[in-house]
Structure formats: C-alpha cells, structure tokens
Design a protein around this ligand. Structure first.
Ligand SMILES: [Zn+2]
Ligand SMILES: [Zn+2]
Length: 1010
C-alpha cells in the first residue's frame, strides 16, 4: 500500500510539472525587454503586471491537492499514542519533585510561569495582535542606520536588535539605543505580492535615496556581498511571533504541571492562530526574495517560479532569471516562511511538545478544549504543513539524503512529529536522516568534517533524534524496525560523538577557537545533560565548572532524579590527538586555569580555516597565541579564515592551497615532563617540498609551561614566521610590544577603525616597522598590565617586521587590533629552520626562562639537526631534534628524532626520547636502542594492527604516565592512534576505531629518571 502511494505521488508530480510550464506560458512575455519592464516595475513597488493572470494557478492548485494527500497518508498510518509522549507522566512527576527540592529547578519553573501568566492574563485579541497574518520579515543583515560604521558594522545582524514584550511594537539598537520604527527612518520602499495580497515596507538608506533612479541594489547595504533591505516593522512582527512561540511552549509546560485551564486555553489559542497564519505566510529567503504564491508550492519549486511570482526590491536579484524560470536566491538552507533559514524548523519540535502536552486538556468543567476541527487545523495546517515544507530540501517526500549541518534540525523535527502524532514513516525518515549525517558528515573519531562549533551545531540537533525516538514503539510488521528504539545500546559512533565533545574542550569548558568557532562558544548544555543521562561513565565528574553552572536545563529537570551535579575539584583533561579531525591537543595542569596547546593539521572541510600547522596556546588559563575563530557571516571572516592571520610560516606572502590539503602526523607522545607532536603538510604550498612543525610543551610546576617550536620549511623565496599574541591587543590595559637584542623603530598609535568594513581596515597588516639583519637571537615581549609573553627567536633571519592587524573575534569587538610580528628569511629555493620558544610569564610578569640558546651542532648530526639549551626557574633543559647520526653535545650523546634531557632544580635528572637510538649523559640514559618499529599492515581490526614485521628485540612499551601514538596510513592520510600495548606482531590501540590501514610506524618512547 505504501509503495503504491509513493508511486502514485510520483506520477502526480510527473503529470503536474508540465502544467506549471503550460500555466506559465500563458502569461509569459517574450523578450528581454519584457523582463526589464517587469523588473523595473516590481522594484518600484508595483503589484499585478498588466499582463499577469490573476488568482490561483492550476499548477498551484494541483500541487496543493498533492500536499494534502501526503498529509492524509501520514495521518492514516497513525499508531495509538499515549499523550504526553515527548515528556512522560513520570518525567512530569520527577520535575514536580525537582521543583519542590531544587532552587535552579524552581527558578526555571518560575520563569516558565511568568511567561505563561503574562500571556494568559492578556485581554482578548492579544494573541491576534501578536501573531500577524502578514509574513514575518527577514532579520538577517540588520543594519542600524543611526550608528552604522561608528558603533556598529553594516549588516551586523539580528544580535544587534533588542526587543521586549512590554514595548512590543518597537525594536531597539543594542549599541546606540535608537528605536525603530521611527519617523527619522521611514520605510518608504514597498514590495507588493498581489497574488496573495501581502505588502512589505522597507527603509532606504541615504545613498539609495540619493539615487532614486538606481534600483540595482548597488547602493543598498550589503551582507556577505548581497544587497539587503531593512524592514523595521517586519522585524517587529518577527520578534512578536518568536515571543508567542516561547509563550506557547511555557503555557503548555505550566499547564502540564499545574492543570490550570487558563494556560491551556491560551496555548491552544496561539496554536490555532499560528496554524491560520502559517498556512499563508509567504516563502522568502534571507537575501530578501519573496515568492508571491502558495508557500508550499514555492518551497517545492524554488528554482522554477514564473518570473512575476518572484518579488524583490533589487534589479540585480533577477540577473540569472529568464522569462520562463525565476529562482529564489537561496534554497531552504536560507529560506522559509516563518524564518528564512530552514524555516527555523526546530521550532516544530516545540510546537509538537506543546500539542502533545495539551492533547487531553480540558476546561474547569472537565470538557475537552479541542474539537475535531481544531485538531485538524493544528495537525494539518501547522505541524504537517511545516514538516512538508522541509521535505524537498532533505531530498524529496520521505527522503533523507541531505547531510549538511542544517539537515539535522529537519530530522529532529520529523522525529518529534513522529512521536507526537504516532507516524512511523516519519520516525523512519528521521532515523535514516540521523544515520546519513552520522556516517557521512562525521568522521571516525566522532568529530564532524567542519569546525568545533559547527560540530556542536550538528550535534545540538542530531543528538535530539536518538533522544526523541528513544522508546518509540514501531508498529508490528513495520519493515526494518521492530520493538522499541534504543540507539544508546547499539550505536558505537554515537558514543564517539559524545566523547569527542568533552575531550576537545579548553580547560574552562569553551571550545578551542579553531576554524569557524567563536571565541566564547561552548557545548550546548542540553548535549551535556544527554551525555550525563546516557553516558555517565564519560560525563560524570568530567565537566568543567563553568559548564556545570549552566545546568540543569529543562531536560535535566524532567529526566534527573537528583540535580546535584558533582564538580570535580581539579579536573584533568586528556592530552589527545584526534586521528580524523587531525588536531593535537597538549595540556598541562588541572582545573580551569590549566594550560593547553592546540595544533590543527586540519584537512579540508567546511568552515575550516586555511591554517595547516597553525598554533593556539593558552598558559595558566589565559590565551597567549590565539586564533581569531569566527564572527559569523561577516566580511571580517576573509581575514579570520586566511592563512595570513594565523601563527605559522607564510611562504611568499601567499595563502596555503585550499583544495587537496593532506597533512600528516609524524610523531606524538605525551608525558609528565614534556609532550611532543610533529606534523607536516608538504603540499600546502605549491613551491614547497617541506613544511613541517614540531611543538614540545615543556611542563613546569602547577600549570606553568613554555613551548618549544621548530618549524622547517623548504621551497619558495620568502619565509615569514608569523606570531601574534592575544596579549597587548588594542583592548588591553597598557598593551605594548618591546624588544630585547633588537632595535625597532617606534610604533605608531594603533589605528582606530571603529565599525569600518573597508578592506584595508579588516584585512592584512599595517603600520609595518622593519629591522634589517637582526642578530641570530633576539626576543620580543607582548605586555599588558597583568600578563606578558616573550617570544625567543633563536634563528638567523634577514629581517624582522612588527605591525598590527585585525583582531576582531566577536561582534562586540569591531575595530580590535592585535600586534603581529614576522621573522623573515629570503633566498632562492629557500631552506629554513625556525627555532623559537614561546614563554608566557608566571604570575604577573616573572619570566621563567633565564637563558635560552641554540647549541652548535657537530656537522655529523646532519643539516636538519637542532639543539637548544634552556635555563629556567624549574630546571635546565637540553632539547635535541633530528640527529641523523650520533653526536655529542654539551656532554650528551644523541641520535634520533627527538630527545629532552632535563635537570630539574633540586631533583634528579630525567630524560624523554621519541624515535631515538641513543640518549646518554655519563651513565644515565640508553644507547643503541631500536628507534622505531615499522612495517606493512597484514590486517587490522578496530583496535588491533597485525604487522608483517616482528617487533624489534628488547622493545619496551611506554612506561606509566606516558602515552605513545602509532603513526599509520590508510593510503590517503598518515595519522596517529593512541597505543595501548604491543604483542609480537600486534599493536593494540584504544579510544578510536582504526580504519583499514596499509602501513604503520611506532617510534620507541623512553622516559627515565636518574
Ligand atoms: Zn545603533
Ligand atoms: Zn583559525
């Protein structure tokens, strides 16, 4: 029966599609002059064109019938649902107890109650006045005409908008306090949609008013390159409606807890009003296109609308359209009828929750508040109408092909509809959607193909699907599914996704600001609570305090018997390398002020920066070497994404290649005294044959650290070793940069660019000062009132350049500048070894290193060999890298890839070596060991590699406290996996599942105390 219906629907589509054209042809114009005529008219606010057919078209009408048939079919397969289903009776009981016993829970409920009462106690007509029949407007690209370019940036967006329910008909600029609408900024432009009978008004900026003849859009404000028109009155409609959706949810929750009919009555009134309005809200996109037709028709035919149905105020918006076929400027990704981005479809989950909680609502006399007609309006014109608007974007009716970062919200909404209305096909679609995203947008290590915060964006909706469908009862004989859904038991990748969330965090619980990740962002509190509920073995006592402060959320209040979350006294987070995300995280210390280094190798992926082998470094809880992260869709992102804004070596002033990025992990091992990671990305510059960086985090008392940095580059004619610090930025107190062993011309005052978006203000370095032929070692110090950081440069360079560049990380930081420094070498087919030490101060301004120098290496060690001697307050270190043959230096014999010899103050000596044959001082150390074990992979499972070669004699696995990594290649990438132990031919790994591997290498690790 199901199959038959599907093919029937398919036939319907085939039959009706040609009629769209037939229909269109009747009203079609015939040459480009006619198109111009239309564009000129519509951009000047005209309604029906003289030639335009009026009323609903046949194609629209037939398509509407088809959609209604889909709703019939969904509803006809309903199973019996015991309401409430999305929250159970037990959940409600638990919440009542928590609210009685727990302050946070009571506070949460008081907030819900206030919102519910505020709506329920309004006079009649309130709901209608708050939810308008006229479509809510686009809030993207909001610009405040009163303070743009001064206090705010052009098209900064909706976070600039303040709105309160007490003053519902106005919005207010957060930055300058200007209210809108206001006579000073009248909405004089009109966009008419005569077929559906809606009209929209917009403000024109000064430039547009000065050029009334020019309607191309060139004078409009631009958001990511697109002209935008601001409708203050439209944004007011949006804000009011958003508020009513929140109120509806609160009313339903409060009714469920207290059973006072007044709350149910108001919530139901909102649902019915929403259904009536939603049905006719026009489909529009976030670049200001509006479709003047049945919105469901537009959602399914957004690339093939008759020209006159496409309405836009800018002539340029029609550039790609023909007389026969006009396109919305964005797909459902940036479109919808309530909100122009996937129609904010996650709201549908809230609507389902409300309907579910209100399903059995009755008045004071015990009479049901629902009639059959009312139910039908909510189920059909609101819930299924909203859901069906999303289906084409997921791939078609009942399809789940889309795996991008906005797709999970569709599948989540479908899961909620499925559970609330009891529709198994929607549960099945949601589950298939979850699987396609899990398998294709997530990697083997639980991280997505995008950035930390975009991984969170995926997960914040994706993880709702197993959670919502948990306990969903499949009907008997349903294909592919039986019994009750429970993914937590069976889904290994789900577990990996959960674990990756915690292990990647900064010590205070924020994400590392890598790739497109805002400096302030942290994982969604709900995800953490799902984790606590479903994977307590990983989540309990593992959350940084700052994250615990955000708990409990509503989920916890309904699902946890106890809300006493235990905060670990001194949380130690793992040093880790993510094998598929290819990012190493080194750490030292415990608690929120511990230290962390992030080393992104970063293969290609969405929302990633061009930053192979960049460096992020926070010491004792403070960011020293930053990454600008992400400001949102703003022009400043060009700099933020760019290779040029990162802490790395820039070759020939160029960007790293963007396609075909194939970084490799070369070594990784962690220990209590030092942790080391080396990686290369040799093809990242066309002109380079080597691009390789080694980072060694040296660990002192408490959380104190310094970082040794050896960057080897071969090829190209100019190598710029670039560093910027978050310290001494323009928003710091008494920020400055100074030099030791180097004279640099005086610094000009940092530029004051305010909210400017001019290219030279938001991209590249300026006020460049130069010192030619610096000595072979010198220091630079970034200093502000409470902290400083010293860069010790131990390499000969041709010149040093100091400058400043854009440092904006959040919308509030427009105009922020940071101080950059370049150590530059020039020459043909240049070979460079940059050796530097990053030295954060201890406390306010005490520097831990008294002296650091390069030791002269005997030629026999090879031309890549590096030896450094560091005298610090917590010990003397000799750091040795890449000795091809054995050499003696400062009384130490060494041959191998990496070695550290340390004499801590007042304690016995220790050494650490990775891939070394010999490391010996007098009688302490080892000699003639096998430095590595490598071979082909005969076969491997998820956690066992079987080698074609035998383990070398006298091989020792890592001692206690040391974690080694096996370096392995699957033919595409060379990456690493944490090593558990080794057998004769076997290598056992842990934590991450192994892909099918071809070759491997284990570097011998040694960590010994005298
Ligand atoms: Zn303003
Ligand atoms: Zn970055």
């Amino acid at each position: 029966m199901k199959k038959f219906f599907q093919s029937a629907a398919f036939l319907l589509l085939c039959i009706f599609t040609p009629q769209v054209y037939a229909d269109s042809i009747q009203v079609r114009l015939n040459d480009s002059a006619d198109k111009e005529r239309y564009v000129e008219a519509v951009t000047r606010g005209e309604g029906y064109m003289p030639w335009q057919q009026q009323g609903i078209s046949e194609a629209e009408q037939s398509f509407r019938l088809e959609i209604e048939a889909m709703k019939d079919e969904y509803l006809s397969t309903r199973t019996i649902v015991t309401h409430p289903a999305l929250l159970t009776k037990e959940d409600l009981e638990r919440a009542r107890r928590n609210i009685e016993q727990n302050d946070s829970a009571r506070k949460w409920f008081d907030g819900q109650k206030r919102l519910a009462d505020a709506a329920a106690n309004q006079p009649p007509g309130y709901v209608d006045s708050m939810i308008s029949e006229l479509t809510p407007a686009n809030t993207y690209g909001f610009t405040c005409p009163n303070c743009v370019g001064k206090e705010s940036q052009e098209c900064a967006g909706s976070s600039l908008i303040d709105w309160t329910p007490e003053n519902p008909d106005f919005i207010r600029c957060e930055r300058c306090g200007q209210n809108y609408p206001d006579e000073k900024y009248p909405e004089t432009a009109v966009l008419r949609c005569p077929r559906i009978g809606q009209e929209f008004t917009y403000y024109l900026n000064e430039q547009q008013r000065f050029h009334p003849e020019d309607r191309t859009g060139q004078y409009a404000w631009h958001w990511v390159g697109y002209p935008m028109h601001i409708s203050f009155s439209g944004i007011v409609r949006t804000r009011k409606c958003e508020y009513m959706l929140r109120a509806m949810r609160s009313l339903a929750l409060v009714y469920a807890m207290e059973q006072d009919p007044k709350h149910a009555e108001c919530a139901i009134e909102i649902l019915i009003r929403l259904a009536r309005c939603y049905r006719n809200w026009l489909y529009h996109d976030y670049w200001d296109t509006i479709a003047d037709c049945d919105p469901i028709y537009a959602a399914w035919h957004d690339r093939e609308l008759p020209l006159e149905w496409k309405r836009h105020l800018c002539a340029n918006a029609f550039a790609k359209d023909t007389l026969d076929q006009a396109s919305m400027l964005q797909r459902y990704w940036g479109a919808g009828r309530y909100h122009p981005s996937t129609d904010s479809i996650s709201v549908l989950a809230s609507i389902c929750l409300a309907y579910d909680l209100l399903y059995n609502a009755s008045d004071a006399q015990g009479n049901a508040l629902w009639t059959t007609d009312m139910r039908s309006i909510v189920e059909r014109d609101l819930i299924l109408e909203w859901e069906l608007g999303a289906e084409p974007y997921a791939g078609g009716h009942k399809k789940a092909d889309n795996r991008n970062n906005k797709a999970p919200r569709i599948y989540h909404a479908q899961a909620a509809v499925a559970k609330c209305l009891g529709i198994p096909d929607l549960a099945d679609t949601a589950l298939r959607g979850y699987q396609v995203v899990r398998d294709e947008s997530f990697l083997d290590d639980g991280f997505s193909t995008e950035s930390p915060s975009y991984t969170n964006m995926y997960l914040s909706q994706l993880l709702c699907i197993p959670e919502t469908l948990h306990g969903f009862k499949w009907p008997k004989d349903y294909p592919d599914h039986q019994g009750t859904a429970d993914l937590y038991k069976t889904d290994r990748r789900l577990e990996l996704m959960y674990r990756s969330i915690l292990d990647q965090l900064r010590p205070d619980g924020r994400f590392l600001p890598l790739s497109d990740t805002n400096e302030r962002s942290s994982p969604s509190a709900e995800i953490l609570e799902y984790g606590l509920a479903r994977y307590p073995q990983y989540f309990e006592s593992r959350l940084p305090e700052r994250l615990l402060n955000a708990l409990p959320t509503e989920y916890g209040i309904f699902h946890f018997g106890s809300l006493a979350f235990s905060a670990p006294g001194n949380l130690i987070m793992p040093e880790i390398y993510f094998p598929a995300w290819m990012t190493a995280i080194l750490r030292h210390g415990s608690g929120s002020s511990s230290s962390v280094v992030a080393f992104p190798l970063n293969p290609e992926g969405g929302h990633r920066h061009y930053d192979n082998l960049a460096l992020f470094y926070a010491d004792s809880g403070q960011t020293i070497l930053g990454d600008h992260g992400y400001v949102g869709d703003m022009p400043v992102n060009a700099w933020i994404k760019s290779t040029l804004s990162h802490n790395l070596v820039i070759v020939d002033d160029k960007e790293q290649v963007q396609k075909g990025r194939h970084p490799s992990l070369l070594m990784m091992a962690t220990s209590p005294g030092v942790s080391v990671c080396e990686a290369s990305s040799d093809q990242i510059y066309d002109t380079c044959s080597e691009y390789r960086r080694l980072l060694a985090l040296v660990k002192g008392p408490d959380s104190h650290t310094f970082l040794v940095d050896i960057f080897r580059v071969t090829g190209g004619a100019k190598h710029s070793y670039r560093v910027f610090s978050e310290l001494a930025a323009s928003d710091s107190v008494e920020g400055s940069v100074s030099f030791e062993g180097l004279s640099m011309p005086d610094e000009a005052p940092l530029p004051q660019i305010g909210g400017s978006l001019e290219r030279e203000d938001i991209f590249g370095l300026c006020d460049v000062r130069v010192t030619e032929n610096p000595p072979s070692s010198w220091n630079a110090i970034w200093k502000q009132v409470d902290r400083c950081y010293r860069l010790r440069m131990l390499s000969p360079t041709h010149c040093v350049e100091a400058s400043n560049g854009p440092g904006q990380r959040t919308l509030n930081e427009s105009g922020r500048r940071v101080r950059y420094l370049d150590s530059i070498r020039r020459g043909e087919n240049l070979q460079s070894i940059f050796v530097a030490i990053h030295e954060p101060c201890v406390g306010n301004h005490d520097m831990p290193i008294q002296d650091a120098q390069r030791l002269e290496v005997p030629p026999i060690a090879g031309e890549k060999a590096v030896a450094i001697k560091i005298l610090s307050t917590w010990g003397e270190y000799i750091i040795l890298s890449e000795f091809a043959e054995e050499a003696i230096i400062d009384g130490i014999r060494f041959q191998g890839r990496f070695g550290v010899f340390c004499r801590p103050s007042g304690k016995s000596a220790w050494l650490f070596a990775l891939g070394a044959k010999t490391l010996m001082r007098d009688t302490f150390g080892f000699a003639d060991a096998r430095p590595e074990w490598r071979g082909e992979v005969e076969k491997n499972t998820d956690v066992i590699v079987v080698s074609t070669t035998l383990k070398p004699d006298k091989w020792l696995d890592a001692p206690e406290g040391v974690q080694n990594y096996v370096i392995a290649s699957d033919g595409k990438y060379t990456t690493g996996f944490p090593l558990a132990e080794t057998g004769e031919k076997e290598i056992y790994t842990k934590r991450f599942p192994l892909p099918r591997l071809n070759t491997f290498e284990v570097l011998a690790v040694q960590y010994m105390k005298e």
